[in-house]
Design a protein around this ligand. Structure first.
Ligand code: ZN
Length: 183
């Protein structure tokens, strides 16, 4: 298992080489690893996309793709965990139930802008709190994820939560209207 200093070096290595480059061909050599990505067709979903700058989040290196592909399968952000997706969509004021094709350019831009914002905040907190149990400690700063029945930090409405297929989705019905039901 690589440790943080190793990952920092790998991150720099990758950023010098892949940031801004287009993925022309992809192959899932270990489907178990690609499985955690939101898309069920990993190869089709990443091909043609451009790598953004790779951030490290705890012991994970994240591979953000360009804004066009930021929402995969209409709901999920590729390669980013549920907790952060919830907070990214909340920051962008976009309902987790909207489909990507229905989002305006401005909405997509807001989602895209929120990715580094939310992740950087998480990285700062995680970095500060290393090395204690980050899995327990890391969650408290999230704005909406797992905050059901608490007030939304932006508008004060009560945060909603559903758990389809045991995947927790938290969002603010007031800040992120629309999209639920019709699917
Ligand atoms: Zn709200």
């Amino acid at each position: 298992m690589p440790e943080i200093p190793d990952l920092e070096v790998v991150k720099d290595f990758l950023n010098e080489r892949i940031a801004g480059r287009e993925i022309v061909r992809a192959e899932a050599r270990r489907p178990r690893i690609a499985r955690s990505l939101a898309a069920d067709d990993f190869v089709a979903d990443v091909t043609g996309h451009t790598f953004g700058k790779v951030p490290r989040l705890g012991k994970d290196l994240l591979f953000p793709l360009n804004p066009d592909r930021v929402l995969a399968r209409g709901k999920f952000l590729s390669g980013i965990g549920n907790a952060y997706v919830d907070d990214i969509l909340w920051a962008a004021r976009v309902s987790p139930f909207r489909k990507r094709k229905d989002l305006s350019d401005e909405e997509l831009r807001k989602v895209y802008d929120a990715v580094p914002e939310v992740l950087q905040e998480a990285i700062d907190v995680v970095r500060e709190r290393m090395p204690p149990d980050i899995h327990r400690e890391v969650r408290h700063f999230l704005k909406v994820h797992r905050k059901a029945s608490e007030p939304c930090p932006r508008c004060g409405a009560i945060v909603s939560e559903i758990t389809p297929n045991q995947r927790i989705t938290s969002w603010c019905r007031s800040c992120q209207p629309g999209g639920l039901i019709k699917d």
